[in-house]
Design a binder for this molecule. Structure first.
Ligand code: GLU
Length: 296
């Protein structure tokens, strides 16, 4: 098979704490989709947001994935080792006059309006570099469409649903939408499987791919796991780290929540056997239009 036709997927956790069931669920879906296509599954640690990084979390994530049999292909990629790539992409957009400096603070914006859409205050200003500047991309009235493999057609009006969004924060941190498109290009990722909580972030990424002339990957946004209160499992909702003691039981349960109906006789099977079964029988369509899975 030519290299360009090989499926290349990835899992890209942020090292803000140990994996919880929700993040392992996404990792498993992305792993199964890649392997069911005889593809590669890469691992990237999204460690750009340094204030949120937790010491030791990245290593712990790697150990957990290993323990659950979710072995990745190639070397682990760390965003923090590619700062010059993000800056180069920003410079390209600057040369195209697609970005502008912004001095607005969250507080000053909240005082003007409750909308999350930036009202364009700094669009036509020229600030000198002797003050902290954020960088925003100019958006226009285009409609961004994509066809998500599970969630179906998505169409967003860029200016009214997203507005001019931040690419680099005042503290000098590259923002997620810019980093992710540069990363996925660098790693030659052609299929992205991730949580549906990132569905609405996707049009911004597609817009940047269009501006930078980058390849467009395919997208599959899987449901998120919610707790008994209906809240997405996350570090903010204090989701517990996954129980590492009996990994096969957890994988079995995750497969049930991925609606894969693993046979009862595999309940006690070693993870490698369970994963081999799951790759062979992987039917992501069982998750079509499902936004969340509630913990029992
Ligand atoms: N690092 C992001 C997160 O943990 C995921 C990025 C992505 O999959 O595009 O939410």
């Amino acid at each position: 098979m030519p290299e360009s036709l090989v499926y290349r997927g990835r899992f890209a956790p942020s090292p803000t704490g140990p994996l919880h069931l929700g993040s392992l669920y996404t990792a498993l879906a992305s792993f199964l989709q890649a392997h069911s296509k005889q593809g590669q599954w890469l691992l990237r640690i999204d460690d750009l947001d340094t204030p949120r990084n937790v010491a030791g979390a990245a290593d712990r994530i790697l150990k957990t994935l290993d323990n659950f049999g979710l072995h990745w292909d190639g070397a682990v990629d760390y965003q923090s080792q590619h700062l010059e790539d993000y800056q180069a992409a920003l410079e390209t957009l600057r040369a195209q006059q697609q970005v502008y400096a912004c001095v607005c603070s969250r507080k000053s914006l909240a005082a003007i309006s409750s909308s999350a859409i930036y009202p364009g205050i700094c669009r036509n200003q020229n600030y000198s570099a002797d003050q902290p500047l954020a960088w925003r991309v100019k958006t226009d009235h285009r409609q961004i469409h994509f066809n998500d493999l599970l969630q179906g057609e998505v169409s967003h009006h860029l200016a009214s649903q997203h507005g001019d969004f931040i690419l680099k924060r005042k503290e000098g941190i590259i923002a997620y939408p810019l980093a992710v498109v540069v990363d996925d290009t660098r790693q030659q990722i052609n299929h992205i499987v991730r949580g549906v909580d990132l569905l609405d972030a996707t049009p911004k990424q597609i817009y940047l791919q269009q501006l930078l002339g980058l390849p467009l990957p395919g997208y599959m946004h899987v449901p998120v796991i919610v707790d008994q209160q209906g809240q997405k499992l996350s570090k903010q909702t204090l989701a517990a780290p996954v129980d590492e003691f009996v990994p096969q039981l957890t994988i079995f349960r995750l497969l049930q929540w991925l609606r894969q109906n693993p046979p009862d006789e595999l309940q006690q099977a070693p993870v490698a056997e369970l994963l081999a079964w799951a790759i062979l029988h992987w039917q992501p369509d069982a998750l079509k239009k499902v936004a969340s899975i509630a913990l029992p």
